[in-house]
Design a protein around this ligand. Sequence first.
Ligand code: HEM
Length: 353
Amino acid sequence: MSPERTAPPSFHGAHQPGIATRQQDHLAFAAFDVTVERAAELRDLLAAWSAAAERLMAGRRSAADVEAGIDSGEANELAPARLTITFGLGPGLFERDRLGLADRAPTALRPLPPFACDALDPDRCGGDLCVQACADGVQVAFHAVRTLARVAAGAGAPRWAQTGFIQSGDFEDRGTTPRNLWGFREGARNVRLAKDVERHVWVAGGDRAWMAGGTYLVTRRIRARPGGWDGTPVGDQQRAIGREKVSGATLEEEPGTHMAIADGRNNAGARMLRRSYNYFDGVDRAGGELDAGLFFMAFVRDPRRQFVPIQRRLADEDRLSRFAVHTASAVFAIPPGARKGGFVGDGMVGGSG
Ligand code: HEM
């Protein structure tokens, strides 16, 4: 195994972990509403979150913390499982200058416009802050979000949350791309090379100076319409996506496919680092179907130039739209990574005092 596969991700660095990190199997994601009214209180929360995240990612657990009730204990015997924790800031944080931070607002952080395929549940949208915990252990990821919610108590309250999973093939190399719940492989065309990540993901100029090395995250909860999809002949499914279902081979000559519409070459070079997870949230009683699909997540340097135009075209032209409904949406600015002794977001709220 390469060192990249075995070395535990580091909390500190130029960029936050959980973005360019090889995708882990499990996601626990939560958005929070901030309940404090002063920037200094937000700073205290961000500093406390970073301190807790560093401990969680390092797997520093202690029986004493469990006995004292500081740690809820469900991860006590568990290894860190490549846990990464990523923090984000939502547009609401800067609205009406409620915390006196309007002049620091990340330049590209704007609420997303409506799209044709939207059926959004407002209770699952937005949020002032977000926490993304990814790990190869489902309970480790949950424990991280739970611990951070405890740390936030009094300063921020959970608004919505989402769990997700991916699973790669047992019979093939671990590096093969996992399948989504439409049954197709996803990620082969993803932004992966370091030079492409530099170009399409990390902020470098054209934004607040403190955002350099940061990025933006767009999340979309996309429910599959399994009834309609499963009854569609596989040949038509393949023509909708642009790939062979079993082999994963690209249908190069097929126009109007999801892949062709989303392809950077057909979108003025716009690309995105997708890091989505499948989800399964029980039953949609009204529709009489399972509530399952894709928690789409994409990291981009500027959502207005990358996500929005591509999603607009997909909403209008994509044959997949008949088999998918977008039920939630959010966008967050992802500050750069924390330096040793610093914390995520310190460039915005100031390091101390
Ligand atoms: C119904 C939900 C969706 C499904 C089932 C789905 C599925 C797929 C599949 C199977 C691929 C080809 C494999 C790959 O290269 O990764 C793909 C590619 C892609 N998808 Fe989606 N996707 C969905 C939603 C979205 C959304 C909302 C966006 C962004 C607005 C998006 C953007 C892309 C992009 C950029 C590519 C790569 C295109 C290329 O460069 O060739 N997808 N998707």
